[in-house]
Design a protein around this ligand. Structure first.
Ligand code: 3PG
Length: 221
């Protein structure tokens, strides 16, 4: 098997550790660099320190840099990694893990080279097989609700018994328990704990509360 190689020291966080830290990885969109540090502190205060800042705005990399520098209690990652340049820029900005909406060998290799633990996105059996071929066994199921929800994960637990998932996309406080009850789910991802209106208004107290509310989502057993 042609497993892609790492050419630098890896981030000291593994993808499994990133997934196991809390029941939810927040999917963050930041439009203003000034929001990065207070938002990260609000989430940490609510018990969530693994933070996925998506590369969906021109400010995203600067936000990752600020959080990495000013909020040492947080572990900042980059989301929406779609190519090698995204991976390199994210690592340079201080990201310690990466999340991608899909999987390509180029993204897998670039993350390894940059020392970023990667949660590759998959939505089909073939994509799982490609990621596994390259040595990735902790995957993001995206978009989870749209692509089959908990029933899809149950179906995958047979052939892909050795893969763990972080379902993301359409996950809410209400439906998260159904995902977390599945043996092949370690955590979920979601944007509901970082609502755009709360960020815009600087309502950090609301975000801390939304983060605290997820503490009740612990995996059973
Ligand atoms: C993502 O962007 O990774 C997911 O779309 C987040 O989905 P949500 O906004 O439905 O939580």
């Amino acid at each position: 098997m042609d497993v892609i190689k790492s050419t630098t020291a890896a981030s000291h966080w593994t993808a499994l550790q990133v997934m196991q830290d809390a029941p939810v990885i927040p999917v963050i969109v930041l439009n203003d660099v000034a929001h990065a540090v207070p938002l990260a502190r609000a989430l940490v205060a609510g018990g969530i320190r693994m933070l996925e800042v998506t590369l969906r705005t021109p400010q995203a990399l600067a936000c990752i840099e600020r959080i990495a520098r000013e909020v040492p209690e947080a572990v900042v990652g980059a989301g929406t990694i779609r190519n090698a340049a995204d991976a390199q820029a994210s690592a340079k900005a201080g990201a310690l893990f990466g999340v991608s909406p899909g999987y390509t060998r180029g993204v897998g290799q670039a993350c390894r080279d940059a020392g970023l633990a990667l949660l590759p996105g998959v939505a089909t059996g073939s994509e799982i097989m490609m990621a596994q071929e390259d040595g990735f066994t902790e995957l993001k199921f995206f978009p989870a609700m749209q692509a089959g929800g908990p029933a899809m994960l149950k179906a995958w637990s047979g052939p892909f018994f050795d893969v763990k998932f972080c379902p993301t996309g359409g996950v809410t406080l209400q439906n998260a328990p159904e995902f977390l009850a599945l043996p092949n789910v370690v955590c979920v991802g979601g944007s509901w704990i970082v609502p755009a209106d709360a960020i815009k208004a600087g309502d950090w107290g609301r975000i801390t509360q939304l983060a605290r509310d997820t503490a009740g989502l612990k995996k059973p057993g």
